[in-house]
Design a protein around this ligand. Structure first.
Ligand code: NDP
Length: 470
């Protein structure tokens, strides 16, 4: 039994009497009221985090790791209420790679991050010279998270930062403040006071975090445009920045695959979290020799993937999280139709429903320069583009100004590796797409951002290297 073993006890511990009303994107029902924080609240939180940082760093790595594991246990104990709140607020179903999966990922990220060896190492030891690098805490880390995986991405941002001796101030998306408030509430049952802080609200609260002179590092996951604004805000303080921005990931299928065998992997590579995932497959390149077979296999898989209200156990796909994103997907699919593409499934939302449901949409016979291919849809609509030579597919995959993930699908690992070597992306998966792992560094190139999260590289990203020579 924990303090938060029911949905009602968890929700009542975080909601405000007045503030920003949060609605379930599947039904339009009110989930709760989130405090509408102000820039002054943000400044106060940064100050609290600063005041707490030295003592947190002094605890030492072993003790901090123990507390991260205890935080993981607290998340596990409150897993079901957390998943229910996440489902109601974000819209994602409980089942499939969705709400329960996301809460499970939070505790595993905490546990695995606490298990790494220290990144400290000796650079030279030759009898005359001894030089070592020690990774020291930066101070206070500000973390600005998105609405698609609000709990998991917050953990991605703060687990490594805490492990390395920083304190943290979170600024959740105004679309999903309650999920992050609840997660922090649960974790703060085990952490010392003011080590992990959160301020909700919108408008200028994020700016107050990135422009605060007391911030040493910003971790941001979201749009490229806001990433640029954050860099401007941090110019005066020279705070370090990790940017995990959007992508438009390409998947390339080679002509040696069995379409039926890879169809489910392709489907989830594209439609995980109903397509609202930074490193989801957003355009699929298929050779003309097997084009019809791959398209047919994908249509078959999509028929068995129910979409609906998240709390109904049978569903594995949900609504778009917000009206803005629904409108983007709707516009791009209309542009695909106008450009002469074929809509194989979906493309026909019910505009009168209370939720932002956009049906699973597979689009074939589409030109590579159509906006549904060239722009990031961030939703359940996948364009499938035909290619005749592998060189042509690689050229199309690399043509955009983003480079988060990519994937190659082949029965022949050596051929897949040769194609992977040609792709411009932070990660290339082989026979999978978007499968992140707390042990494996993850980050983007081009306009998808820079800096690495996860693994030992992620620990180094929230620390400064202190060289001791002698
Ligand atoms: P944004 O990427 O624009 O980010 C909004 C967040 O950034 C808010 O919390 C906002 O706080 C904060 N912010 C804005 N300006 C600053 C600043 N100068 N300093 C610090 N924080 C700042 O999110 P949207 O929800 O508008 O999504 C837009 C698009 O981003 C989507 O359509 C999608 O394509 C993409 N996206 C990508 C994601 C990914 O995983 N890479 C996730 C979600 C969306 P405040 O309101 O207080 O200013």
């Amino acid at each position: 039994m924990t303090q938060f073993d029911t949905y009602d006890s968890l929700l009542s511990s975080i909601v405000a009497e007045s503030g920003d009303e949060v609605k379930n994107p599947a039904t339009g029902e009110v989930v709760g009221i989130a405090p509408s924080g102000t820039p002054e609240d943000m400044d106060a939180a940064v100050q609290r985090a600063r005041d707490a940082q030295k003592a947190w760093a002094k605890l030492g790595e072993e003790k901090r790791n123990e507390l991260l594991v205890a935080a993981a246990d607290a998340v596990d104990a409150a897993a079901e209420p957390l998943a229910e709140l996440l489902s109601r607020e974000q819209g994602k179903p409980l089942n499939g790679p969705n709400a329960r999966f996301e809460v499970g990922a939070c505790s595993s990220w905490l546990r695995v991050t606490a298990s790494f060896d220290s990144p400290d190492h000796t650079v030279v030891e030759d009898g005359e010279t001894t030089a070592k690098i020690y990774y020291r805490p930066l101070g206070v880390v500000g973390a600005i998270g998105p609405w698609n995986w609000p709990m998991m991405i917050s953990v991605w941002q703060f687990a490594a930062a805490l492990r390395m001796g920083n304190t943290v101030v979170l600024k959740p998306s105004e679309y999903t403040p309650l999920s992050v408030l609840a997660l922090v509430k649960v974790i703060n049952t085990v952490l010392p006071e003011d080590v992990l802080n959160v301020v909700t609200g919108g408008g200028d609260v994020g700016g107050a975090l990135s422009a605060n002179a007391g911030i040493d590092k910003i971790m941001f996951t979201g749009s490229t445009e806001t990433g640029r604004r954050i860099l401007e805000s941090t110019a005066a303080s020279l705070a370090r920045v990790t940017l995990e921005l959007g992508g438009n990931d390409a998947g390339i299928v080679l002509d040696d695959v069995n379409p039926k065998e890879i169809a489910e992997g392709l489907f989830w590579g594209a439609f995980i979290n109903t397509g609202q995932t930074c490193a989801a497959m957003k355009r699929l390149y298929v050779p003309e020799s097997i084009y019809d077979d791959v398209v047919e296999a994908l249509v078959e898989v999509s028929k068995n993937m129910p979409m609906g209200v998240g709390l109904e156990e049978e569903n594995v796909l949900g609504p778009l999280q917000n009206r803005q994103q629904f409108d983007i997907v709707d516009r791009l699919v209309k542009e695909a139709k106008d450009g002469g593409a074929r809509i194989l499934t979906g493309g026909d939302p019910d505009y009168d429903q209370p939720g932002y449901f956009y049906p699973t949409t597979l689009v074939s016979d589409i030109d590579n320069d159509n906006p549904l291919v060239a722009e990031e849809q961030f939703g359940p609509a996948l364009p499938i583009i035909k290619y005749s030579t592998l060189d042509e597919a690689i050229e199309m995959a690399n043509a955009l100004d983003v480079g988060l993930g990519s994937s190659v699908w082949s029965a022949d690992r050596e051929r897949a590796l040769e194609v992977a070597a040609e792709l411009e992306a932070g990660t290339t998966w082989i026979n999978a797409h978007g499968t992140v792992d707390p042990r494996i560094p993850f980050g983007g190139m081009k306009n998808s951002g820079y800096g690495l999260e996860f693994g030992i590289e992620g620990l180094k990203g929230v620390a400064y290297p202190h060289v001791v020579n002698g």
